[in-house]
Design a protein around this ligand. Structure first.
Ligand code: MG
Length: 384
């Protein structure tokens, strides 16, 4: 495998640091050309030094001077703002762009990387939720490639390598069920963010961990799968699988189901996206089937987890509705993390935002940005 040059958007977050951990294990296979972060200048500077990167960019322009100062004895170039990040991902010095920014903020740099025909290892599912049609169209128009980093979608992608051109009957998208899987509705209603942040299986960032607790994450993953694999949502079945050993499954016409399994560790899908079609060691634990003993499955409960129902409704309405749902959810999750609203306020406010949105059946990229802004304002109005 020729050495691959990587740009990591969101290098200080959970996916970003785990990506660097994979790179750290294979200095002969990967080198880091560029890293960016929202505001964590200290960690970003430490990463720039360790990986001897060529470019460092920080979104928060108020942190630029600090970053320059910390790195003044280094060779790397220091940048700030989303515009410079969009330029850096297009560079000839980059083969793979890891999209690990949180939320809607990942949309512009992802589109920029796709327009430059790059391989995008995409962890930032909100990009596909908000603008899946535009993102996948841009990918096709510029012969770019999206490789999924989300563990379920990496699993589906791996199962599809065995499809040999046969049509997919069904995707079984597995869900851990999150920290409140066995709690009754009344107890969940009183749950604080600190409790929701205790995910039973996966080590992830705060936003996606709350989305896991509400199961909005699984709803978004249905939308993500629809766009990544061009499959009708009616063929995507969510099944709760608390052990998180099967990362997802694909079913064919003859009833055969192919599953992808592994210990829950994000370095596995990250490593596969970076080294595809090769496989490399990533330092994770290996499965011990006898120790696991049994794998269990159950139907998701849309009454206790109304955000999953909202996601299905948003897909059914289509157009800019998933974008609106994502925008509302970014505001409500941020408010929940600050203990400003209760657990079920997330779904309640998200639903109100969908009722109040301006619908566009075929949104342009400008419409998508406008919807994001409009809904953020509506959602914030319900919180203050
Ligand atoms: Mg996932």
């Amino acid at each position: 495998m020729a050495k691959r040059r990587i740009a990591i958007l969101g290098s200080t977050g959970s996916i970003g640091t785990q990506t660097l951990d994979v790179v750290r294990q294979h200095p002969d296979l990967f080198e880091v050309d560029m890293i960016s972060a929202r505001s964590n200048a200290d960690l970003l500077a430490a990463q720039a030094r360790e990986f001897n990167v060529n470019h460092v960019a920080i979104c928060d322009e108020t942190r630029y001077d600090t970053l320059c100062d910390t790195l003044k004895d280094c060779d790397c170039k220091v940048w700030s703002g989303i515009g410079s990040i969009c330029n850096l991902v297009k560079s000839d010095g980059v083969d793979i762009v890891v999209g690990a920014m949180v939320g809607f903020s990942g949309l512009r740099p992802t589109l920029a990387a796709l327009e430059a025909g790059k391989i995008v290892a995409l962890a930032n599912k909100e990009t596909l939720v908000a603008a899946g049609n535009i993102v996948t169209r841009t990918m096709r128009e510029h012969n770019a490639v999206i490789l999924p980093v989300d563990s379920e979608h990496s699993a589906i992608f791996q199962c599809l390598l065995a499809a040999q051109g046969n049509e997919v009957e069904k995707i079984h998208l597995t869900a851990s069920g999150g920290p409140f899987r066995t709690w009754d509705r009344k107890t969940i209603a009183g749950a604080r963010a600190s409790q929701a942040l205790k995910h039973p299986n996966w080590d992830m960032g705060a936003k996606v961990t709350i989305d896991s607790a509400t199961m909005m994450n699984k709803g978004f993953e249905v939308i993500e799968a629809k766009w990544l694999f061009d499959i009708d949502p009616s063929r995507i079945h969510v099944v709760v699988h608390p052990e998180s050993i099967i990362h997802s499954m694909v079913e064919f016409a003859d009833g055969a189901v192919i599953a992808q399994m592994g210990c829950p560790d994000m370095r596995e899908p990250i490593g596969f996206a970076l080294s595809f079609p090769s496989r490399v060691t990533v330092g994770n634990r290996k499965l011990d089937f006898a120790a696991i003993g049994s794998l269990t499955f159950e139907e998701p409960d849309l009454d206790r987890f109304p955000c999953l129902r909202l996601a299905y409704e948003a897909i059914a309405r289509g157009g800019n509705t998933p974008c609106a749902l994502n925008a509302a959810n970014e505001v409500t999750v941020a408010a929940y993390l600050k203990d400003m609203i209760s657990f079920y306020d997330i779904a309640r406010i998200n639903e109100k935002c969908l009722a109040g949105m301006t619908f566009a059946a075929n949104p342009s990229i400008e419409d998508i940005f406008e919807t994001n802004k409009e809904i953020a304002a509506i959602a914030n109005g319900y919180i203050d």
